[in-house]
Write a protein that binds this ligand. Structure first.
Ligand code: UD1
Length: 417
């Protein structure tokens, strides 16, 4: 799929099932390395980032294959601790292999990890935390070398609740000597999913779901069967798609308990939402309402991953909205393309935009430059008059199993080429 063609102006109607979460699946896949055993991961999304993680695990010697029920990974045959593949530089989540491999092998050699081009994305918090556990780092050209003669539990305080750093500490700590206390841990639900997987494998972790995690040492880990939770970001994308394009949809399995700030914003924009065990029912307003200030923040705040999608909807809202991005400094890359579709967006410094809602966007040829920005352009296409073409779909495929199929199930006129 190279490009997505959207005939906009069609109100959405129908039901779609929400896929498994990318941000929960990737660290869980890395964690399977720690067990030296076989795990069956159910509801694992079939997305490019998961395929990339599968190749990395195979490169390390794991036996990995898809079964009818999910993805099976056997890490008993891990042979090496060096990852050479390009997949590392293309995917920031490969960074969680650092904690997992340090735990499993005591040593790692990897390329500097990449991910979407949405800011500087330093890794100092990861390195400082792991150093406190006895890991020594060296840089050799583009490669990062990590080694721990003795991996020890530690009392670690994160100065910022970094999702990736929290994951790395948890992954390294489960097989370390001595307990680890992690204060200032990220509260994102994907951290809880990782801890729950490890608990199913036999790890003892207290404080799951809070900012203080205690990881006890000395537990033997076994393989297990585990289901990845539904993706709150994909659910949010389709939710805002409906708020912007109009109509009413049912988002089956949407994890609404973890979507508080997202549901709140959708309601402020005029959506009516009904939650149940089965998911979220969304009824769109005639036209979305502007919101004074949308501010991204660590969970339970509004997720940075949905900022661009919210921006697309704000572009057609009645009134002026302000959006402040506090997590990544380069997440307004979608602005230029939205302007080409008729959006009126003023940049006020690097982290704030003011959006003057217009009554209609018009079609254009636009280019996805990163994952969530790409999804935001598809949402903009649903709301625009005429045919919008979104290129650069390899970014969207990193996190959405099939965004075209899903929006088609909701009645949108979307095709891929
Ligand atoms: C971030 C998001 C996460 C999202 C993911 C994918 C937050 C808090 N985290 O996770 O919800 O799913 O992107 O888009 O919203 N930082 C440092 N040094 C470090 C690590 C991070 O300065 O060592 C800074 C980053 O530059 C950024 C902030 O901390 O400003 C958030 O980082 P972090 O949570 O670690 O990012 P991800 O794990 O990529």
């Amino acid at each position: 799929m190279d490009s997505i063609h959207i005939q906009g102006g069609v109100a959405l109607q129908g039901k779609v099932r929400i896929q498994g979460s990318k941000n929960a699946a990737l660290p869980v896949l890395a964690a399977t390395l720690l067990t030296g055993d076989g795990s069956l991961i159910r509801n694992c999304p079939r997305i490019a980032d998961v395929y990339a993680m599968v190749s990395l695990l195979k490169e390390l010697g794991c036996s990995v294959y898809w079964q009818e029920k999910g993805l099976f990974i056997d890490s008993s045959t891990v042979r090496r601790e060096e990852i050479c593949s390009d997949a590392v530089t293309g995917m920031r989540s490969s960074l969680c292999l650092l904690g997992a491999l340090i735990g499993r092998c005591g040593e790692v050699v990897m390329e500097h990890p990449g991910g979407c081009v949405i800011g500087r994305r330093p890794i100092d918090l990861h390195l400082t935390a792991l150093e406190q556990m006895g890991v020594e780092f060296r840089e050799k050209g583009a490669k990062l070398l990590a080694k721990a003669d003795r991996l020890c539990g530690a009392h670690i305080i994160l100065p910022f609740p970094s999702v990736g750093a929290t994951e790395n500490v948890v992954l390294a700590a489960v097989l370390a000597e001595g307990d680890t206390v992690l204060e200032g841990a990220a509260l994102e639900p994907e951290i809880a999913a990782l801890c729950q997987y490890l608990q199913c494998c036999g790890a003892e972790i207290d404080g799951v779901g809070t900012g203080q995690l205690v990881i006890r040492s000395g537990r033997k880990l076994y393989g297990t069967e585990f289901a990845i939770p539904a993706d709150r970001i994909v659910a949010g994308t389709y939710l805002f798609g409906c708020i912007g394009a109009g109509g009413s949809v049912f988002l089956e399995d949407a994890p609404w308990e973890d979507m508080g700030a997202v549901l709140e914003l959708a309601e402020h924009m005029g959506g009516r939402l009904y939650t149940s065990q089965e998911g979220v029912y969304v009824q769109a307003p005639n036209r979305p309402l502007a919101v004074d200030c949308i501010r991204t923040a660590p969970h339970p705040g509004f997720p940075t991953d949905l900022q661009s999608v919210a921006l697309s909807v704000a572009a057609v809202a009645e009134g002026q909205s302000m959006i402040r991005e506090t997590i990544f400094e380069n997440r307004f890359r979608v602005v230029e393309d939205l302007r080409r579709m008729g959006a009126r967006i003023e940049e006020q410094g690097v982290d704030v935009v003011r959006v003057h809602g217009v009554s209609k966007l018009h079609s254009a040829e636009v280019e996805a430059r990163e994952l969530r920005g790409g999804a935001a352009l598809v949402v903009a296409g649903l709301m625009a008059q005429g045919e919008t073409v979104v290129t650069g779909c390899q970014y969207i495929n990193r996190g959405y199993e099939n965004i075209c199929r899903d929006f088609r199930e909701l009645g949108a006129r979307v095709t891929s080429a």
